[in-house]
Design a protein around this ligand. Structure first.
Ligand SMILES: Nc1ncnc2c1ncn2[C@@H]1O[C@H](COP(=O)(O)OP(=O)(O)OP(=O)(O)O)[C@@H](O)[C@H]1O
Ligand SMILES: [Mg+2]
Length: 309
């Protein structure tokens, strides 16, 4: 279904070697020993990377992570996409859930069919969650979105069931199959996003250097605090700095402000600005197949998300 070529969803042996801090010539021997086969390609399939990393003592998390920010265009979708694909390359079993009616994440993963079932069909009990899951690549599944989800908020608020559980309860049925469930959301404070927060173990809030970014972040954080106390939740929150431009004074100032204000919750990695990013969401091409400098940025924050740093 997706347009990704094999190299685009497999991790290279040289990337694994630098991650595991061993010389490149040793990684092949290590992988051949663990997998008990001759390795001819310069990369490993996600399942093979998983076997190797498990044998090396790495453990995969078991988490629902949502990316939220009421401000548009802060790189929510770009970050979900590139962190999820990279996590799968490291062997994690990933389910993407697109809950934005703009469906940019679904498009990026090659799913553009408006007739496919989406979350609103689950809530209205027209489809089961299993019927909504699409296979994308090994270790990558997607529950797509489409304009049909534009009524989701209204459906939730008109429902006489407990709408705040409308994301959590269906996910419980399939959660055991994945290490990471990554939810992309629309830029809003909405009933849908409240239900997403209720389902989340962790919320990542991207912030980028523009005028209203900090204000948006503070508003979003205070909304999350309200939801946390209203529903007695225990999710953690992380701030991810995106579109950092080293040539701009404002980028440095805002990053400094974030370091001072969110010491504990600011992710250690941040994402630099790069013109090549546009292609990854628009064309379904993986960032990791190209030479974009921010490949390394997303690699680092993915490892942070996986607990591999
Ligand atoms: N690191 C980056 N450098 C430059 N441009 C970027 C970067 N990350 C994302 N962009 C661009 O910024 C725009 C918004 O990105 P994206 O769609 O990921 O944001 P979003 O928060 O999901 O937006 P929305 O709120 O509309 O869903 C896109 O055109 C994308 O290509
Ligand atoms: Mg988006």
């Amino acid at each position: 279904m997706s347009t990704l070529a094999q190299q685009e969803f497999c991790i290279t042996l040289s990337d694994l070697a630098s991650f595991m801090e061993i010389p490149p010539n040793q990684i092949k021997a290590k992988a051949e020993k663990t997998l008990q086969r001759k390795i001819k390609s310069p990369w490993l399939l996600p399942e093979e990377a998983r076997q190797l990393l498990l044998a090396e003592g790495y453990k995969y998390p078991h988490k629902v992570i949502s990316i939220q920010m009421l401000k548009g265009g802060v790189a929510k979708t770009t970050s979900v996409l590139n962190m999820g694909l990279r996590a799968a390359m490291y062997g994690a079993r990933v389910l993407f859930v697109d809950l934005d009616q703009q469906a940019n994440l679904s498009f990026a993963l090659g799913v553009e069919d408006e007739s496919l079932p989406v979350w609103v069909d689950i809530v209205e009990k027209k489809k089961s969650i299993d019927e909504c899951v699409r296979f994308i690549e090994p270790h990558v599944d997607l529950i797509p979105s489409s304009l049909n989800n534009s009524v989701l908020d209204r459906v939730l608020l008109n429902s006489n069931r407990n709408w705040s559980l409308a994301v959590k309860t269906p996910l419980e049925k399939i959660k055991h199959r994945y290490d990471l469930i990554l939810i992309d959301t629309a830029p809003a404070l909405s009933a849908t996003n409240t239900a997403v927060t209720v389902a989340s173990d962790e919320v990542i809030l991207p912030v980028n250097p523009d005028k209203f970014a900090f204000m948006g972040l503070q508003k979003n954080l205070s909304e999350l605090e309200d939801i946390r106390s209203d529903f007695s939740l225990e999710f953690s929150r992380k701030v991810l700095f995106t579109k950092f431009d080293g040539r701009e004074k404002f980028s440095h100032e805002l990053l400094q402000k974030c370091i001072e204000s969110f010491e504990d919750s600011l992710m250690k990695g941040y994402i630099r600005t790069s013109a090549e990013v546009k292609n990854t969401v628009r064309s379904g091409k993986s960032l990791y197949a190209g030479k974009s400098p921010i490949k390394a940025d997303y690699d680092f924050v993915t490892r942070e998300m996986l607990g591999f740093v």
